[in-house]
Design a binder for this molecule. Sequence first.
Ligand SMILES: Cc1cc2nc3c(=O)[nH]c(=O)nc-3n(C[C@H](O)[C@H](O)[C@H](O)COP(=O)(O)OP(=O)(O)OC[C@H]3O[C@@H](n4cnc5c(N)ncnc54)[C@H](O)[C@@H]3O)c2cc1C
Length: 558
Amino acid sequence: MPVSLCLTSPNCFRTFSLVPNPAMAPGPNSLMWFRKGLRIHDNPALEHAAKGCGCLYPVFVIDPHYMKPDPVTFSPGSTRAGLNRIRFLLESLVDLDANLKKLGSRLLVLKGEPSEWDIKRLCFEYETEPYYQALDCKVKNYASLAGIEVFSPVSHTLFNPADIIQKNGGRPPLSYQSFLKLAGKPSWASFPLVTKLNPLSAIGHVGNCEISEVPTVQELGYEDTREDELTVFRGGESEALRRLRDSIKGKEWVANFEKPKGDPSAFLKPATTVLSPYLKFGCLSSRYFYQCIQDVQKNVERHTSPPVSLLGQLLWRDFFYTVGFGTPNFEQMRGNRICKQVPWNDDDDELLAAWRDARTGFPWIDAIMVQLRKWGWTHHLARHSVACFLTRGDLFVHWEKGRDVFERLLIDHDWAINNGNWLWLSCSSFFYQYNRIYSPISFGKKYDPDGEYIRHFLPVLKDMPKEYIYEPWTAPLSIQTKAKCIVGKDYPKPVVSHDSASKECKRKLAEAYELNKKLNGVVSNEDLQGLRRKLEEKESQEPRPKRLKQKLISWRPK
Ligand SMILES: Cc1cc2nc3c(=O)[nH]c(=O)nc-3n(C[C@H](O)[C@H](O)[C@H](O)COP(=O)(O)OP(=O)(O)OC[C@H]3O[C@@H](n4cnc5c(N)ncnc54)[C@H](O)[C@@H]3O)c2cc1C
């Protein structure tokens, strides 16, 4: 009797029918299911699938769960992958296919129902994201019913998050330092990461299944593909390894790497590696990256250490994976025991839209949001600036809303890291010094006094004298006229007054922290509503010029 093995969400269109076929080669037929881990190097799942198998089916299933081609409106439910990330993914698949072909195989992008494959071994990389956890649980149950061996090794992260949580008595460590202590040095750190693959077994009969080439973004329904909106970063393992080689060839640069010291406004040559999208899709193995950094460190006299070193950055990644894996409701405020309960504005769509569409009237913030939309990537401190501005710094908008926008726009979007950093930046978890706010005016100026970054991403301000480029609304009208940029007409006025808005945010957070302390973190919906009312009453008693008039609601950066 055929057994169906559904590799995506229940209502999805891909189903594998596994029918015994006695005519096949003697070894078990293996199916290598690529999800992330889009690489040949350091890929234990692929290695296991290939070992002594009859036929090998390397498969990628296009999962509609992650695709919602609605780039403009951000309508509810359309917050998954934007054009740039999907394009990056497809490029990574083309590269994976080419690399598999070099090994005598190819990638099968499934469009139909593969029957008569007689799969006896199913291999895929272990995943900690809740979506994959639920999916993999179902897949394993189906496989067990069908008598199929499942091999699902941990190879996306440096450590197995479950091991760290177990060492900590069943709870994830909530500070980086305690994570480091528990993690120690990875067991594989001193051994070469060898993946024995050559040559790969042939693909068996594909039966009636429709096998397609890697589709284009247009075929997936993404229509708005104007070139100027497309990211400058190309996807794929080959590009990842080239970028890695480039990043580590400057031994001194690696040895002295110290974050957060880099310049967030450096766009011609970013101050960090820009390897995050490759790590996200697993085009680059984080373990291989770790070993390469380790090799550089062995050959220099002195080097920086975690948390600021380059190795330390990779450990931040594992830290967030571990906390995300071990914390129920990590991606939301309600029901998340490590998240402060705060009465954020969650219905101020106008302010959210102004931030998202780069029309807050603060050039530093708007330029970052343009870079994010166009490149799908910005420097870490640039992310800090805009996340702080949206939440606890100025607009007091719910961090989940900002997280959704990042999820859509980032090519490196990663469930654990994105949520973890939004929790951090909004002072909802990990970091609690809500009095320390990034100024949307002076922070960027420190790195880029001439405003070159702003001029590049917001060409409307390209002729604004440097004295005014961070605060164009303060420029005399004659200067605005000369710069061909009248504030309120060619570029928006600021949506808030930073001084009063940031003071108000601090006050609100102080009250929210007080409430969390009083109720020992167990804050109900009613408690939060009560606090919201109290804050609103105070606001009406002492009106502050927080919100400024924003007429140019339809302005869009060119
Ligand atoms: C609000 C916010 C949201 C973020 N969302 C994401 C996300 O969805 N995906 C993502 O990969 N990073 C995210 N980051 C973390 C960080 O900004 C990026 O990892 C980094 O900027 C990527 O650039 P890079 O590869 O040049 O980093 P490098 O400095 O070269 O670091 C090397 C690698 O270390 C890891 N890393 C670096 N910083 C962090 C960090 N703070 N937390 C976890 N891992 C880190 C990344 O995998 C990165 O590629 C977010 C940060 C903020 C403030």
